[in-house]
Design a protein around this ligand. Structure first.
Ligand SMILES: *[C@@H]1O[C@H](CO)[C@@H](O)[C@H](O)[C@H]1NC(C)=O
Ligand SMILES: *[C@@H]1O[C@H](CO)[C@@H](O)[C@H](O)[C@H]1NC(C)=O
Ligand SMILES: [Zn+2]
Length: 350
């Protein structure tokens, strides 16, 4: 038996043993309905127990309602510590139900579907924070489906900050509100006033301190856009061409996906849609991620318009399609960014 095969079998055996010891029957990812916060944590825990050599979970703080902000780091299990990183998050906005489902599906492809996707993990680790806003998501799922913000209490008896207006670049500027009772776009009492945006910032800083962060994708809905910096003002990013080329790889892959009416994404600079201050994507780019995207998942399919809430029977197809796009963008990034060796202090060059 080859050593590699033996190692793989040992790892598999260890994983099975760990699952047995924890009395856990790992649940396969379901896409016939939206997951609750608890179900998402169960799913991640199951992966960590079954694939301990390739998966680690980390907590980055707690929300106002005391939910944990848990990320998953996915590697190929070979223990290299200097690898570049692709960082994906989802569900900044509570009502964008498809987005955590898409993030979980991507996780599943990388972990359970490792054999099919292992070249994506050869020189890169992936960090995914699938549910940035668990309080808002839970509120949206159970009480008000249109809810967008988190659930922190504000002045005047109102609740919630728009987490994607709570970052420091252009904070309080375009497309933001200072009114704590605004249902959308309240930017918070200060930049990073919220535990959720601080958690995302912490992950980003952790990756930039070690010069490993290359590609950041924040999954939102709805709109069928792939957006790149800058968002806060009508300024082109230095490497707009590079951003456009990688986005285009995602657009093409999704158009060619084997579905009856696959999404026709449009790629452009975020400010061309509309300028918005305080976004996570601008912040990632500002601290040195060479590539930062907002992926706006579609709000319709064929003749069916569903905006933030795709009917359950479409979840499966939509998350598969999203993965095809993410995968293509990651492949293109890996192709472009492994040619050039990244140098210290050369920000925004991959
Ligand atoms: C928050 O949750 C943790 C873990 O479940 C628990 O240990 C802690 O006591 C909780 N804190 C509050 C203030 O409820
Ligand atoms: C969707 O629209 C197309 C073109 O307008 C039409 O031919 C088709 O019958 C419609 N499908 C459904 C299910 O309504
Ligand atoms: Zn959004």
């Amino acid at each position: 038996m080859s050593r590699v095969l033996f190692a793989l079998l040992s790892v598999a055996a260890l994983g099975a043993q760990a699952a047995f010891l924890h009395g856990l029957q790992r649940a396969a990812l379901q896409t016939h309905d939206y997951y609750s916060y608890e179900k998402m944590l169960d799913y991640l825990d199951g992966l960590a127990h079954t694939y301990p050599s390739r998966v680690t979970l980390e907590d980055w703080g707690r929300t106002h309602e005391n939910r944990t902000l848990r990320s998953i780091t996915i590697t190929n299990g070979y223990g290299r510590r200097d690898k570049k990183v692709i960082f994906i998050d989802a569900a900044f906005h509570a009502r964008e139900w498809l987005t955590p489902a898409a993030a979980l599906y991507a996780i599943d492809q990388l972990v359970v579907g490792f054999e099919l996707n292992k070249e994506l993990l050869q020189d890169y680790d992936w960090i995914v924070l699938p549910l940035v806003n668990p309080d808002g998501y839970t509120f949206s799922r159970t009480i008000d489906p249109r809810w967008r913000k988190n659930r922190s209490p504000n002045r005047l008896g109102c609740h919630g900050t728009d987490l994607n207006r709570n970052f420091a670049v252009g904070w309080g500027g375009a497309s933001t509100s200072k009114n704590p009772c605004s249902h959308e776009k309240y930017c918070g009492r200060a930049a990073f006033s919220e535990p959720e945006s601080r958690a995302v910032r912490q992950i980003m800083h952790h990756l930039m301190a070690t010069e490993r962060g290359i590609l950041y994708i924040s999954i939102h809905s709805h709109g069928s856009w792939i957006l790149y910096p800058w968002s806060y003002a009508k300024i082109a990013a230095k490497n707009t061409q590079e951003h456009a080329e990688i986005a285009q790889a995602g657009v093409a892959a999704v158009v060619n996906a084997p579905f009856d009416s696959s999404t026709k994404y449009k790629a452009k600079a975020s400010h061309e849609l509309y300028p918005a201050g305080g976004t996570s994507t601008d912040y990632a780019y500002s601290i040195g991620f060479p590539l930062a995207y907002t992926l706006e998942l579609p709000g319709r399919r064929g003749n069916a318009t569903f905006n933030f809430h795709p009917p359950r029977h479409l979840i499966s197809e939509l998350v598969q399609e999203t993965w095809i796009g993410l995968r293509a963008m990651a492949e293109k990034t890996i192709e472009k960014c492994s040619k050039s060796k990244r140098k210290l202090h050369h920000k925004n060059i991959c």
